[in-house]
Design a protein around this ligand. Structure first.
Ligand code: IPM
Ligand code: MN
Length: 354
């Protein structure tokens, strides 16, 4: 039996995870399979219980798993802890490193009936179909030395050949199954690490003559995502730039609550990109769709269950098209649902489309 480790984490994590697990149960019963699900602690809630954001038991469970499904970590309560105890750095970043997660895939999807909530005009948003391929285990998030005291803070942005080659190859492979355009985003007019990144990406591109490669500085990319987002197919970029640009790409859709992600490595991890949203946690109003779609990505990438993943995506699409909305997606005419109601209608729809 395939093992999934469930890490709900902080903030809205437990609420949105609950809905994803309901959806997973429908899949199990319809597809007649069973996953072994183990729960583990991570982030602020783990710190509160065990004094560490990443307990040894969680590490062990993750290393024994076939896939890890994560909610979200962090919140103001833990913001003043030292970095090694903070949910984000001591928890999530340590987990990404442990599982050797070299790539984070963040696809966005435009739904016809959600075009009206995009901050962009419908004509601009209509043909948008892009995926961010974010390097996830190196760059400024991890580079040494790192340091903070009362007088200074220091981080190091570093990329080596092996890391850039690996993520670039992945981006080209992904593009070869899409519109065959890779936009590599960097800051090579200033940063040495970016000059190096660009050089290695160019070298790798020689093995992919069918893919059109262009390079863009990150400031321009941030602007182009607003001015002309449909030019992008695969955005290949570093850890920090990918963090920033993928949030921006989610904003094109209208809500961060719609952005799933898959992180690839020794053992893949699936997590919504939206964060723990502490301001709305515990109110049963968060949007569970990013978590549910992350679960679909898990079925596809870790278990080869492509049909099942497509069915979940279809159910989500139909529910959206029928006008069901959590608060973040709502306009005046929508049927506003709670987190758990949204999970329920998606489950019901999934049973219908099966
Ligand atoms: C994300 C998040 C994380 C990141 C935080 C919570 C550490 O913003 O997954 O995008 O910066 O990678
Ligand atoms: Mn982020």
């Amino acid at each position: 039996m395939k093992k999934i480790v469930i890490l709900e984490g902080d903030g809205i994590g437990p609420e949105i995870m609950r809905e994803a697990l309901k959806v997973l149960e429908v899949v199990e019963s319809k597809a007649n399979i069973k996953f072994e699900k183990t729960f583990g602690h991570i982030g602020g809630e783990a710190y509160d219980k065990f004094g560490t954001p990443f307990p040894e038991e969680t590490k062990r469970k993750c290393l024994e798993a076939d896939a890890v499904l994560l909610g979200s970590v962090g919140g103001p309560k833990w913001d003043s802890l030292p970095p090694e105890l903070k949910p984000e750095t001591g928890g999530l970043l340590a987990l990404r490193k442990l599982l050797n997660l070299y790539a984070n895939l963040r696809p966005i999807r435009i739904y016809d009936s959600l075009k009206s909530i995009s901050p962009l005009k419908e004509t601009k948003i209509s043909n948008v179909d892009l995926i961010t391929v974010r390097e996830l285990s190196y760059g400024i998030y991890y580079g040494e030395p790192k340091f903070i005291d009362n007088e200074k803070g220091l981080d190091t942005m570093i990329y080596d050949r092996k890391t850039v080659e690996k993520i670039a190859k992945l981006a080209f492979e992904i593009a070869s199954k899409r519109r065959k355009i890779v936009t590599s985003v960097d800051k090579a007019n200033v940063l040495r690490s970016s000059m190096f990144w660009r050089k290695v990406v160019k070298e790798i591109s020689r093995d992919y003559p069918n893919i059109s490669l262009n390079h863009m500085y990150v400031d321009n990319a941030a602007m182009q995502l607003i001015l002309n987002p449909s030019q992008f197919d695969v955005i290949l970029t570093s850890n920090m730039f990918g963090d920033i640009l993928s949030d921006e790409s989610a904003a094109l859709v209208g809500s961060l609550g719609m952005l799933p992600s898959a992180s690839l490595g020794d053992i893949n991890l699936y997590e919504p990109a939206g964060g723990s949203a502490p301001d709305i946690a515990g109110k049963n109003i968060a949007n569970p769709i990013a978590q549910i779609l992350s679960c679909a990505m898990m079925l596809e990438f870790s278990f080869g269950m492509i049909d099942e993943a497509r069915k979940i995506e279809k159910a989500v699409e139909l529910v959206i098209e029928e006008g069901y909305r959590t608060r973040d997606l709502a306009d005046h005419s929508s049927k506003i649902l709670t987190t758990s109601q949204m999970g329920d209608v998606i489950c019901k729809k999934l049973e219908e489309v099966w």
